[in-house]
Design a protein around this ligand. Structure first.
Ligand SMILES: [Zn+2]
Ligand SMILES: [Zn+2]
Length: 421
């Protein structure tokens, strides 16, 4: 747990650091940022590389308990560190769902035992994610959840969602909404537009997301709750978040790499790896997400890593489940597709996720946990899904040529992933 990371370009927007220097780690904590010459410590040569505070993917499905053939806490954690993430937030739609403290405790203890990445469980908003009564939120908070969400489903009942926004304030936790009006999206399998018409597939209109974002922003204003929009996918939804932030609401939002990279054209050959929820949208929506990430409207990039067993993704398009794996491609896609300034890239992957989920001891402050992501921004590479550490193979990015990659991941001072030339 002792290490010197030497001669890297150390960038931490929270501490306003951007310089070529060393990071000294002792006992798993950051001991010093600045030139080091402790000859007794092992050295990691980071010359030519960027050293950032640990990346945190706040939207991941680990599938354990219940669907271990698709992913486990161990395999998902391993994929996370291979993607440069030192931490993930695990969504509660497991089987059974994480709606009570015993499941929360199970996830935390299993993660400590088997995952190289830190795992922060997200608790359900409602019991069994059925949208009828609030889950055991206070008890789950005591057990260690970092936020609440019914992700996979929205909370359709506005009164219940209002209560959740009020109650979560007692714990200063975000309420994370999967924005989808289930009446508008019913039966839909892809974005409603020219392609859905041409392909003869039932569409999910942009309005399914936008009406829910709109309703929730009104409730967030009314309650002053801490509200977070998961996987934004439409221009109008981005605009509503921008406008609500300008009015000072306590809100945040994330976007996924697939939504800022792909359009509904990817569905054209009925590829089930282009089936996600929310669906891939239009080129104009893709442009709006990139703008939102650039101008600060969208706070974080999150993968919505959603492993599914290959047998399910082999089903015909209408019947296949929604979602793709994304932990190992998120950073490469962001580097390749967005051209964000470096400090902004680190904000959306590290600082802002940590602020949203209120995780302590983050960043390159002395005494903080030594969780670090080391990037090679110039590294060309291609993603081979067959080499993925995930137990699932459902990615539309197999064979993609990318530029920029996490080449080392350090958690608590321990080098848990390395991919050096
Ligand atoms: Zn979702
Ligand atoms: Zn999700």
């Amino acid at each position: 747990m002792d290490l010197i990371i030497k001669n890297g370009r150390v960038v931490d927007p929270a501490r306003k650091i951007d310089s070529v220097t060393d990071v000294t780690v002792r006992g798993g904590k950051i001991a010093r940022v600045g030139s080091a010459n402790a000859a007794d410590l092992p050295v990691f040569d980071a010359a030519g590389l960027t050293v950032a505070p640990g990346f945190f993917d706040i939207h991941v499905h680990l599938r354990e308990p219940g669907t271990e053939e698709a992913e486990t806490i161990a395999s998902g954690g391993s994929a996370a560190v291979a993607g440069g993430f030192t931490a993930v937030a695990a969504m509660p739609n497991t089987k059974p769902p994480n709606d009570n403290p015993s499941i929360t405790q199970y996830i935390i203890s299993e993660a400590r035992r088997s995952s190289p990445a830190r795992v922060f469980p997200v608790g359900a908003i409602t019991k069994e994610q059925k949208g009828q009564t609030l889950a055991e939120i206070g008890e789950m908070f005591e057990a260690g959840i970092a936020g609440i969400s019914d992700d996979g489903k929205p909370v359709m009942d506005a009164q219940l969602f209002r209560r959740a926004l009020e109650y979560a304030q007692l714990f200063d936790m975000p309420v994370i909404q999967h924005c989808e009006d289930l009446h508008l999206s019913k039966g839909g399998v892809m974005h409603e537009g020219m392609y859905s018409t041409r392909l003869g597939l039932k569409g999910i209109p942009a309005a399914a997301e936008e009406t829910m974002v709109s309703r929730d922003l009104i409730l967030a204003q009314m309650t002053r709750g801490k509200y977070h929009v998961a996987h934004l996918s439409t221009r109008r939804a981005v605009e509503m978040v921008r406008e609500a932030k300008a009015r000072g609401l306590n809100i945040s939002a994330e976007a996924t790499p697939h939504h800022f990279t792909l359009t509904d054209a990817a569905v054209a050959d009925y590829d089930t790896n282009a089936k996600m929820n929310p669906p891939l949208r239009s080129a104009d929506d893709v442009a709006a997400l990139a703008e939102g990430l650039r101008d600060g409207t969208i706070d974080a990039i999150a993968s919505d890593h959603a492993p599914h067993h290959i047998n399910l993704k082999m089903l015909e398009f209408d019947r296949a489940p929604f979602g793709i794996i994304g932990l190992e491609t998120a950073v490469g896609l962001a580097c390749t597709k967005l051209q964000l300034p470096l400090a902004r890239l680190i904000e959306v992957f590290s600082l802002n996720p940590q602020r949203i989920m209120k995780v302590r001891n983050w960043g390159l402050f002395e005494g903080s946990d030594a969780d670090l992501t080391v990037l090679d921004l110039n590294r060309p590479w291609s993603f081979d899904v067959n080499q993925s550490r995930s137990k699932s193979r459902n990615s539309p990015f197999h064979g993609w040529q990318l530029k920029g990659k996490a080449v080392a991941t350090i958690v608590g001072g321990k080098l848990v992933y390395e991919d050096r030339r």
